[in-house]
Design a protein around this ligand. Structure first.
Ligand code: PLP
Length: 409
């Protein structure tokens, strides 16, 4: 749709464009031609490289982060009657898996400045039924892990990290993935490392690794690729009612090359992040993430720069968030909301009785947040287009007439 008064880019820019390049395309094609499509040598190689990158002992390649979180809860023995403390400001998968296990997600409010689980509020949510804490490194910013691990230790709880946003993150000199009992990553299409669908469960515990590895593939005592190895057919046993949660070699082919470029891609996103920060500094009507404090005064805490989110200041703006996002869409800029706080969603309200007012900080962010495009696939011109579109949006006194027409068409 063209407008005489508002020029905009011609191509739609989605908020989390995957950055897929020639080496992984080649490797996927080669995998298809190899005759080995499902879990096999490329998955094992991806796991090894991932362990090396994180600096952890064990990694299991999975078909999603969601699967990994559920597996984590199961192998730690979390089930009916148990409670798991987590954040309401996350994707529904984080809490859904707790429900799948028959356990109760106990939400605890977030820090308003970081959006991460507030460790100060965690102790009072602990009951005799609490088994684990499940923090989410929101947008790529590491949670206050020292505090959370301390609370867990004191109360004998497990810590499972949802690191869907935080593959590259560090916390006070330690890599995310080496601190908690289990850490799970996502390689979904919009994430920093992309395999289309995919995830990785990592741990330093041999027992956890073994239990999860068995259950991620039907409960078989041996991996399928070992069963059909050169040594010939090996009979297998089933030692648990396992799941079908394995990654495919086709996905691992993508992952191996995505992993190799992960640090370079982070530098590109850091660059884009800074460009946004500079362009939006002092812009009336929005708050940028750099204006919020990080909780860690210590060095070597690294943000994985997954999502660049602004907060809308409704006292200054003349339009709603929906109008803001729809206006950006007419400018061919895609946006997202990360996230609508889970306790505001029907299922969580109806099943557990959560309601608006329960978690004021999560609600504050949930009501105002807008994610702008951020990806290493973007170039400076894309970032400039976003900035220009946001500048126009915050300056709107009311919606332009063409916008109203486009909304009804
Ligand atoms: C994307 C995401 C997940 C789920 O990842 P999948 O790989 O799609 O299962 C879980 N938690 C958070 C915070 C996410 O953003």
């Amino acid at each position: 749709m063209e407008s005489p008064t508002f020029s905009h880019r011609n191509e739609f820019l989605c908020f989390g464009a995957p950055d897929v390049r020639e080496p992984e395309i080649q490797e996927v094609v080669e995998t298809l031609r190899s005759g080995w499509l499902s879990a096999g040598p490329k998955c094992r190689k991806f796991e090894e490289l991932f362990c090396e990158y994180i600096g952890c002992e064990h990694a299991i390649a999975l078909n999603s982060c969601t699967a990994g979180l559920e597996l984590a809860l199961e192998v730690l023995g979390i089930g009916p009657g148990d409670e798991v403390i987590t954040t309401p400001l996350t994707f529904c998968a984080t809490a859904n898996v707790i429900v799948h296990r028959g356990a109760k997600p106990v939400f605890v409010d977030v820090e308003r400045d970081t959006g991460n689980l507030d460790p100060q509020l965690v102790p009072r949510a602990i009951t005799g039924k609490t088994k684990a804490i499940l923090p989410v490194h929101l947008y790529g910013r590491p949670c206050a892990m020292d505090e959370l691990m301390g609370i867990a230790k004191e109360h004998g709880l497990y810590v499972i990290e949802d690191a869907a946003h935080a593959t590259e993150a560090w916390y006070r000199g330690r890599k995310i993935g080496t601190i908690a009992d289990i850490t799970v990553y996502s390689f979904y299409a919009t994430k920093n490392l992309v395999t289309g669908e995919g995830g990785m469960l990592v741990t330093n515990s041999e027992a956890v690794d073994e239990a999860a590895r068995i259950r991620h593939l039907h409960g078989l005592s041996r991996d399928a690729w070992k069963r059909y190895s050169e040594e010939g057919f090996q009979p297998y046993d089933v030692v648990a009612a396992g799941y079908k949660y394995n990654m495919m070699d086709i996905q691992a082919a993508l992952g191996i090359h995505q992993l190799a470029r992960l640090e370079d891609n982070l530098k590109i996103r850091e660059h884009h992040w800074q460009a946004y920060d500079e362009a939006f500094a002092g812009m009336d009507g929005i708050t940028t993430p750099q204006q919020v404090l990080t909780h860690s005064p210590c060095g070597q805490t690294r943000h994985a720069r997954h999502l660049y989110t602004i907060l809308l200041d409704y006292d200054r703006l003349k339009i709603s968030r929906r109008e803001f996002m729809n206006f950006l869409k007419t400018e061919n800029i895609g946006t997202g909301i990360h996230f609508t706080a889970l306790h505001l969603l029907s299922f969580y309200r109806e099943r557990f009785g959560y309601k608006r007012g329960d978690f004021p900080n999560a609600e504050f962010i949930s009501d105002r947040t807008v994610s702008l495009p951020l990806s290493s696939a973007l170039v400076r011109k894309d970032i400039d287009d976003v900035v220009n579109a946001v500048r126009k949006a915050v300056a709107l006194k009311e919606l332009p007439t063409y916008f109203v027409v486009s909304q009804s068409s």
